[in-house]
Design a protein around this ligand. Structure first.
Ligand code: FES
Length: 95
């Protein structure tokens, strides 16, 4: 029995993939290796452990930040967004 193919979105681009398969693996199979960027260094992040331990695969899924892509099953019309690192902090001298 094969999984139903559903439509989903990655950074606003339409995609199709098998429902029920963790989104991180669907994206990996489609050639996506970068799922975000390290908040401190800006280095790319992606699938690493594949079992929910390392948090390197975090995406915003349907508006909820920091969802582990290796654990969340793909569903129809899902909105997946890679999380950019936050802007660098700037400090001002206190007068
Ligand atoms: S790849 Fe490690 S938590 Fe998802």
């Amino acid at each position: 029995m094969s999984a139903e193919t559903v439509r989903f979105w990655l950074d606003g681009a339409e995609r199709r993939g098998p429902a029920g398969v963790p989104v991180g693996f669907v994206l990996y199979a489609q050639g996506e290796r970068i799922l975000g960027w390290n908040e401190a260094t800006g280095a790319p992040r992606g699938l690493y452990c594949g079992i929910g331990h390392c948090f390197e695969c975090r995406l915003t899924i349907d508006g909820v930040r920091d969802q582990r892509a290796c654990l969340v099953p793909l569903a129809a019309e899902m909105q997946l967004t890679r999380q950019a690192p936050p802007p660098a902090l700037t400090f001002q001298e206190v007068p």
